[in-house]
Design a protein around this ligand. Structure first.
Ligand code: GLU
Length: 504
């Protein structure tokens, strides 16, 4: 079955309101509660891609109604991350598109949530609840998604209109609850999971307006998505179980719900949920660990979504063209750090040298304080590193010759051993002492000449020389390239040291 075909068809059937086709409008609706986790960035990316694939609008809405969870500075992280990742929003708190305010705490002041909550009360779909803490704590509880919730027994539903009026006039604290029927079923549709039907009796009368007058997420998401003309909602599948209650709200209002795409869980290598506050999986932490923005975005795009081909490297523009949300998988997806490292390495390989050098330079300077040609060293490691911090251990021998074991001079394939290496080093030393031009080419010519005279293989000479000048089994470049960077004095010092060690 060709999913792509379905996708095109589906997109032609754009959501309609009052018979009019709607422009695709998606929203990223983060709560400013801390760092921007890869799971959050994935929702934002997919929302962005769905909108941009169809020339639609991508909107930012800040959901800050849970004041207890608000973290200072978290909104700035959201702006920084979206900008850095290239997910430019068309509308948001800083860019009015006629649907504002875009921050829920500001929307509250417009009275929008109370207005709609009262409409539900009028319709019998919601009711005031004056129960105090004491009474609520005596009720049955249930654990849903790890959270203990009270199963409300509809006690206040039986209050007469007069009783409610009297309580309100007396200033008695209240919440407004959804009134779910005890009979029948509700069907919620998700684009990936299909139809999910639940017994209404299982739906708790969730709180819509809290006692502080703030709406809950459960209510605000419905009111906002509708009034902001949102056509597609992408979010983590932790919201899946509450979604039938949102369907009931849409039905009560007589509104058309948006298309929902609930995303699979992101797990660590041990198949445990990636910890939100763990830190290491936040976008900014990954940048700090030396990952490149484009690689992170590319990697995140593939956390659950796969293109038709086996291709894995995509620019953001290519993702916009290719992205088809019907190809998102429902099974949990692993945050595979090995793959991210590989992908990052591919991005580094593909970078133009100047951009690359700008990013590599701080890492080189952290490891190397001697006067060395850092650009040459950077060029040596460009195709070898996966993340920038890899640079340190690849180049630190330039700074100082590491202590090494002379057993390293023995190499089966090169047919070298400590004895042959001692002989070679002793013989090339005077040639290198006499040499003035320490460019790679000139040095190579000197050693090649020696190889020819000796009638041996290249490696028989290059191996011991490279070992002596680097003290390392693997180096990012050959013997003469290393010597070019080290310069005459340091190169000779290291070769003499090798001879001394082999003589012991
Ligand atoms: N504010 C919710 C969160 O950050 C958003 C969920 C949604 O996208 O509807 O988890």
């Amino acid at each position: 079955m060709c999913l792509r075909g379905i996708h095109k068809l589906d997109m032609r059937k754009r959501p309609r309101r009052n018979g009019v086709k709607m422009k695709i409008r998606t929203r990223y609706a983060p709560s400013p509660t801390g760092k921007m986790h890869v799971g959050n960035l994935r929702s934002a990316l997919y929302e962005f891609l769905i909108a941009k694939h169809e020339g639609g609008d991508f909107m930012l809405r800040i959901e800050d109604t849970d004041q207890g969870r608000y973290v200072e500075g978290a909104t700035e992280i959201i702006y920084r991350t979206l900008e850095k990742a290239g997910l430019k929003h068309d509308e948001g708190p800083d860019k009015d598109g006629g649907y504002g305010p875009y921050v829920q705490s500001e929307r509250i002041k417009t009275g929008i949530y109370m207005k709609y909550a009262r409409e539900l009360i009028e319709k019998g779909e919601a009711y005031y609840c004056f129960c105090d803490k004491e009474r609520l704590s005596s009720l049955k509880t249930e654990v849903v998604e790890g959270k203990e919730i009270t199963i409300y027994d509809k006690h206040c539903l039986s209050l007469s209109k007069e009783e409610v009026e009297a309580n309100l006039a007396a200033g008695k604290p209240y919440v407004i609850r959804q009134n779910n029927p005890a009979e029948g079923t509700t069907t919620f549709h998700d684009e990936l999971y299909g139809d999910i039907t639940v017994e209404n009796a299982e739906l708790d009368d969730m709180i819509l307006i809290k006692s502080d007058g703030f709406p809950t997420y459960n209510f605000a998401n419905v009111v906002d998505d509708h009034t902001m003309d949102i056509t597609h909602v992408v979010r983590g599948n932790e919201y899946l179980s509450s979604s039938p209650k949102y369907t009931r709200l849409y039905e009560a209002f007589g509104w058309e719900p948006p298309k929902y795409v609930h995303l699979p869980l992101v797990t660590d290598e041990n198949h445990k949920k990636l910890a939100k506050r763990g830190g290491s999986a936040s976008f900014e932490d990954l940048l700090e660990q030396g990952f490149v923005t484009e690689a992170i975005v590319n990697f995140i795009a593939l956390l659950g979504w796969s293109p038709e081909s086996n291709r894995e490297i995509f620019t953001l523009d290519e993702l916009i063209r290719e992205f088809d949300y019907h190809r998102i998988s429902k099974s949990p997806t692993v945050f595979d750090l090995v793959k991210l490292r590989w992908m990052n390495g591919e991005y580094i390989k593909g970078m133009d040298f100047d951009t690359y050098y700008e990013m590599a330079e701080p890492y080189l300077k952290k490891t190397l304080s001697r006067e060395l040609d850092l650009k040459k060293i950077a060029a040596m490691v460009k195709t070898r590193i996966e993340v920038f911090p890899d640079i340190a251990e690849m180049v630190d021998f330039f700074e100082e010759l590491p202590e090494y074991d002379t057993a390293m001079y023995t190499h089966k394939k090169m047919k070298t051993n400590e004895q042959s290496s001692l002989e070679v080093l002793t013989e090339v030393l005077p040639l290198l002492e006499a040499q003035e031009d320490y460019s790679n080419d000139a040095l190579y010519a000197v050693l090649a000449g020696y190889v020819e005279k000796k009638g041996c293989k290249n490696g028989y000479v290059m191996w011991p020389v490279r070992t002596a000048v680097s003290g390392r089994q693997t180096t990012p470049a050959g013997a003469t390239e290393i010597m070019e960077v080290l310069g005459k004095e340091e190169s000779l010092k290291r070769i003499r040291k090798g001879i001394a060690l082999l003589n012991k």
